[in-house]
Design a protein around this ligand. Structure first.
Ligand SMILES: [Zn+2]
Length: 103
């Protein structure tokens, strides 16, 4: 099984666990053609509410589970577009650990 498949399977399990039917997780490479406005480069993940898609950037595959939880919290908070109180509370509840910076 490829790492891409592993991340997408784990993502599907987490989506189901949190009741997000109709959503899917796609692990993408920065080289993938995602459309001009939908560039993953520089992002760990993206949550696209209209398409009900969560992208996980394979560049950060080692932290994929945490990125999944970060993006799933966005999916669960459609009215909290940034990282506000609702998002933070939801993210903490589902087990997200905020990224630590190296420097
Ligand atoms: Zn975010």
């Amino acid at each position: 099984m490829t790492r891409k498949q592993e991340i997408e399977d784990e993502g599907a399990a987490l989506l189901a666990e949190h009741g997000l039917s109709g959503w899917r997780v796609v692990a993408v490479s920065e080289e993938d053609d995602l459309g001009d406005e939908d560039d993953i480069a520089g992002s760990r993940g993206r949550c696209l509410h209209d398409e009900r898609v969560i992208w996980i950037n394979l560049r950060y595959e080692d932290d994929a589970r945490n990125i999944l939880l970060h993006e799933i919290a966005h999916a669960l908070c459609p009215n909290d577009y940034g990282h506000g109180a609702e998002w933070a509370e939801t993210a903490r509840r589902i087990g997200y650990a905020p990224e630590t910076r190296n420097t």
